[in-house]
Design a protein around this ligand. Structure first.
Ligand SMILES: Nc1ncnc2c1ncn2[C@@H]1O[C@H](COP(=O)(O)OP(=O)(O)OP(=O)(O)O)[C@@H](O)[C@H]1O
Ligand SMILES: [Mg+2]
Length: 132
């Protein structure tokens, strides 16, 4: 299921990297629902950024591992490498964006990816260089 905004939201990204960042989250969502379910992806404008929410109906992320999932090589999967989320985190940093999540046992997980809008980012970078 996809819901996309009517207005065009301009962001300046390396599209291969951003695709990879999203794919890692989507794959995790699919893998979290081995018996099937709905993966819901919503994109909208939130203040000065584009907010993309990816929600799965899997078992959720247990509280005791929630602070580890972005660590490189952390995995709970038999065939997992633990690279996916570490890579997504890094890619979002490169784009002055962010990634976080909310998860409750039995209610699945929502990952939130944020990318600053192009005009906002340009303004912010100009301001930084003016201060230097
Ligand atoms: N949507 C999710 N639902 C439940 N657990 C998740 C979800 N996304 C991530 N996790 C947990 O976080 C861990 C780390 O995820 P990450 O994508 O970095 O590695 P991986 O999926 O195990 O391996 P890789 O992505 O490299 O194939 C997973 O092993 C899993 O325990
Ligand atoms: Mg993964």
């Amino acid at each position: 299921m996809r819901e996309l905004p009517e207005e065009a939201l301009n962001v300046k990204v390396d599209s291969d990297f951003i695709k990879q960042a999203f794919l890692n989250i989507v794959l995790n969502g699919v893998q979290a629902m081995p018996a099937g379910g709905t993966l819901n992806i919503v994109a909208r404008r939130d203040e000065d950024s584009v907010l993309i929410e990816i929600h799965d109906q899997g078992g959720g992320i247990p509280p005791d591992i929630q602070d580890k999932i972005f660590e490189l090589y952390f995995t709970t999967k038999k065939e997992g490498s633990g690279i996916g989320l570490a890579q997504t985190y890094q890619i979002m940093q490169w784009h002055y964006g962010s990634v976080d999540f909310e998860s409750q046992a039995g209610q699945g997980t929502t990952f939130r990816l944020r990318i600053p809008l192009a005009e906002t980012l340009e303004g912010a970078l100009k301001e930084v260089s003016a201060r230097e």
